[in-house]
Design a protein around this ligand. Structure first.
Ligand code: ZN
Length: 348
């Protein structure tokens, strides 16, 4: 089978480049010298684009991800990041994306026709996304400026608290019912995003925050990179009730490749079979329907199954889907068609 092109719900390439972990130029992202996402590996894997996250890392002692190898864990969340610090970092990550576009490495897409034409032209299609709204001031001046620069998707929190809400800690086993949801400013942010037609990302919100967005947003509910709680009882995953709300709003879920959110034991062990990804796809399709499931890899931000490793390994996931009995049409929906559908509905 010819593998369909892949449009994906989440990667952290911008953080990698910003932190100096992946070089910007032909020796790094613009060649084959990236970590999990670069232009050469993208060509090999049929990775046509996706959501590129602007993400402000924690400023205090970062979380000890080694903890996630234990049978149970509850990582304390780092402190809130000040706006002045966050906006400096967010602007420089947005600038990386803009410079990459100027150099012809990708295209920043503001509509589904932008995405389709980039995909047809063989240019990487990038949606500017922000994971955690620390860089957005409550007057929304930064939001207006970033919208002007191409921002079309925003998560009010990345787990860490913001002035907009409380995220979900990395806890296993645990539901996402871990505390209060959105603040009054968070509800204003949801309404402002609706007005600008910016997608609101539910991944990293706790349950209270999820239901606050569900109540106040007029857009389809979307979790860009989350899995099924029924198969992996991690706080980052979605319960059946949440999945049904996503289905009823005609939204969607992107399958997160992070092994800790795939495995039944919640461990960060890369020796995780692709079958585990298929199991979550099966479950998500059963709960939300085959038009509402896509991919949300978390490449460059997570430990993924060793068989996949990076974007160049994506055809192996497609082969596994085919072997499992998914037909061509369903595989194409999961690979990119469903993202185009839900983005079309959200952006208008
Ligand atoms: Zn994330």
């Amino acid at each position: 089978m010819q593998t369909p092109l892949i449009f994906d719900g989440h990667n952290d390439l911008l953080l990698r480049v910003h932190s100096g972990n992946v070089p910007f130029g032909p020796d790094g992202f613009q060649g084959g010298g990236g970590h999990q996402v670069d232009l050469e590996k993208a060509r090999v894997g049929g990775f046509a684009g996706g959501f590129f996250a602007i993400f402000v890392p924690s400023q205090d002692a970062s979380m000890d991800m080694e903890e996630m190898n234990k049978p149970a864990y509850d990582l304390p969340l780092p402190a809130q990041v000040e706006w002045s610090t966050a906006s400096r970092i967010a602007l420089s990550q947005a600038a990386i994306l803009i410079r990459l576009e100027r150099e012809g490495a990708l295209r920043i897409c503001r509509s589904t026709s932008d995405i389709k034409s980039a995909m047809e032209a063989g240019v990487l299609a990038a949606v500017m996304h922000m994971e955690g709204a620390e860089a957005i001031d409550p007057d929304f001046h930064a939001l207006d400026v970033l919208f002007g620069a191409g921002l079309r998707s925003l998560g009010p929190v990345w787990s860490r608290p913001t002035i907009y809400g409380h995220g979900v800690p990395f806890r296993f086993p645990s539901t996402a019912d871990t505390g209060p949801g959105l603040t009054a400013d968070g509800i204003r942010l949801v309404k402002k995003c609706n007005e600008l037609k910016i997608l609101i990302d539910l991944s990293h919100l706790n349950e209270a925050g999820f239901w606050d967005v569900a109540k106040h947003s007029n857009a389809p509910l979307v979790a860009t990179h989350s899995n099924a709680y029924a198969l992996c009882a991690h706080s980052r995953n979605l319960t059946d009730r949440q999945l049904h709300a996503i289905r009823d709003s005609d939204g969607m879920v992107g399958l997160n490749f992070a092994v800790a959110f795939l495995r039944q034991d919640g461990r960060m062990d890369e020796a995780t079979s692709i079958d585990r990804m298929i199991a979550h796809l099966d479950y998500l399709i059963q709960e939300v329907g085959e038009d509402r499931v896509g991919l949300g890899s978390d490449f460059d931000g997570a430990i993924v199954p060793a068989e996949i490793r990076h974007v160049g390994g994506l055809p192996k996931l497609c082969e596994a889907m085919e072997k499992h009995g998914y037909d061509r049409d369903l595989i194409a929906k999961i690979c990119h068609k469903n993202w185009l559908r839900v983005l079309g509905k959200t952006w208008g």
